[in-house]
Design a protein. Structure first.
Length: 503
């Protein structure tokens, strides 16, 4: 991928999914060189610049002697590498590296091209700095996580190479690199910024996309298994309201159910004794559409943030070096909160449909979707598992952005909490994928009970895929592997092709 051009969601998704070869444009190199020269000239002139020849945070008024500028930047990395907890996933770290490179390539950070080249080499060599997941409040950017990333460039800390954790010096040697010496402002430029929280937010978005697609398919399958109506998906209903996500979700559901024999078998009103379906079936476009709108809004914010310059101070077009607050991760925090709400609601409505399918009074299907219920418990506890997962997601959906804890002796007195707000999205997406997987299993089982009638062509394909992975549930058996198998199917994005690039 080319660095120096605007990053798109598609290119960012590619970085998240697989290692990439990076190419910096000539224009990017020119901007980098210009920024580095401006910083060097300011230092040579003796001008005072925050973080270049001063202390940091509350120590901003402490001047640093020219002979100590190298130590200043190194000490910054060492003192800020305070992360704790398990390491971030390699996919997230790779994405954070690319985001940091893209930001530095704007030329507003004052780093040298050699430093950017080392970062790019880490990506190409598939070297992932070991970054503890916890320790950032999203204030002056992701200071602690990015300090662990920057430490690898100095030969400090650890990195993963071919799945093994090795000392940073070993990882650099394998890539044909040596530890670097940081120039003026380079430590600050590497540590300031929202790249880790943005990478986590993007990862959450990409996982949410997969869950959303699977939930749309599961909802359509469940509607047919329930012998529900597709009339509430009529385009005219949704045009009257005008919500774009709702219109899109209804169109997906109509397309998925078009041509279903099951639907045609009870087309006349009252054929199945129901005048209206429960909300979890009838209001799918309204609920899933609202989730889609939140996902789209979050996607736009994160796409903008991905190419943004978020360190401090910054070099402006006129050559001045000014301090601001672009490192504050509030946009990322709020985008993450939106995604958390969307994931929670996708799981909530999916679990409700599963609960109805297993209830013979509501669905008209065998109790708990199994023959000889009583002797067999069928999907009884699978639905309980779904209920447990949505309950856990409700706890995690509490907004992170409304919280703040003053730090740095009150200098950083309002913080975003973006990093853990974005990090929880991966856990929430995993939970939601499990909920939707259980619904897919239940819906496929429900369709089996409607034979010889068939569903629509796309839903039959989806059901056949499930049956290729998990056999019908004829009597009680060890259930967990079936849920794990379909959850994995959801998480690889197997259902995205059935709904298109909705987000």
């Amino acid at each position: 991928m080319r660095i120096g051009e605007p990053l798109t969601l598609a290119s960012l998704r590619s970085v998240y999914e697989a290692p990439q070869k990076l190419e910096l444009t000539l224009e990017a190199y020119a901007k980098i060189d210009r920024g580095a020269k401006i910083i060097a000239d300011h230092v040579a002139s003796g001008a005072t610049i925050y973080g270049v020849n001063t202390g940091f945070g509350l120590l901003a008024n402490t001047e640093i002697a020219p002979s100590e500028l190298e130590n200043l930047q190194r000490n910054l990395v060492l003192s800020h590498a305070c992360g704790v907890g398990p390491a971030l996933d390699d996919d997230v770290v790779r994405l954070a590296l690319v985001l940091k490179i893209a930001s530095l390539a704007r030329g507003a950070s004052g780093v040298r091209r050699e430093t950017v080249a080392v970062l790019a080499r880490l990506v190409e060599a598939e070297i992932c700095p070991v970054i503890p997941a916890k320790g950032s409040v999203g204030a002056s950017g992701d200071l602690a996580p990015l300090a662990h990333l920057a430490g690898v460039l100095l030969g400090i800390g650890s990195a993963k190479v071919d799945g093994r954790v090795v000392p940073a010096t070993v990882a650099l040697h394998q890539a044909g690199l040596k530890p670097i010496v940081l120039g003026p402002k380079e430590g600050l430029a590497l540590l300031n910024g929202t790249q880790v929280s943005t990478a986590l937010g993007l990862a959450g978005l990409f996982e949410a996309e997969k869950v959303f697609a699977a939930a749309i398919v599961a909802g359509a399958m469940s509607t047919d298994a329930f012998m529900g109506s597709d009339t509430p998906f009529d385009a005219r209903i949704h045009a009257l309201r005008g919500q774009p996500g709702q219109i899109a979700a209804a169109a997906m559901l109509r397309t998925l159910m078009q041509g279903s024999q099951i639907r045609e078998s009870h087309r006349a009103p009252g054929d199945d004794g129901r005048v209206q379906d429960p909300y979890s079936f009838r209001c799918q476009p309204q609920v899933m559409g609202a989730a889609l709108d939140l996902m789209r809004a979050s996607a736009k914010t994160l796409e903008i943030e991905a190419t943004g310059v978020t360190d401090n101070p910054l070099i402006l077009d006129d050559g001045s070096v000014v301090s601001g607050g672009n490192f504050h991760a509030e946009p990322v925090a709020m985008a993450a909160d939106q995604l958390a709400i969307a994931l929670c609601e996708i799981g909530n409505i999916s679990e409700r449909r599963t609960a109805i399918l297993v209830d013979p009074k509501m669905s008209g299907l065998p109790a708990f979707l199994v023959k000889e219920s009583g002797l067999n418990s069928g999907f009884m506890i699978a639905q309980v598992t779904a209920a447990a997962l949505v309950a856990e997601n409700r706890l995690m959906a509490h907004p992170a952005s409304v919280d703040t804890v003053p730090t740095s002796a009150g200098q950083e007195d309002h913080v975003s909490m973006a990093t853990h707000g974005a990090r929880r999205l991966l856990d929430m997406a995993e939970n939601a994928a499990g909920v939707v997987a259980i619904e897919l299993l239940a819906a496929a089982q429900g369709l089996d009970f409607r034979r010889p009638l068939k569903s629509s062509a796309p839903l039959e394909r989806a059901a056949q895929e499930i049956r290729a992975l998990v056999r019908p549930y004829e009597r009680d058996r060890y259930f967990a592997p079936d849920i794990e198998t379909i959850t994995r199917h959801v998480r690889i994005g197997a259902y995205r092709g059935l709904v298109g690039d909705a987000v």
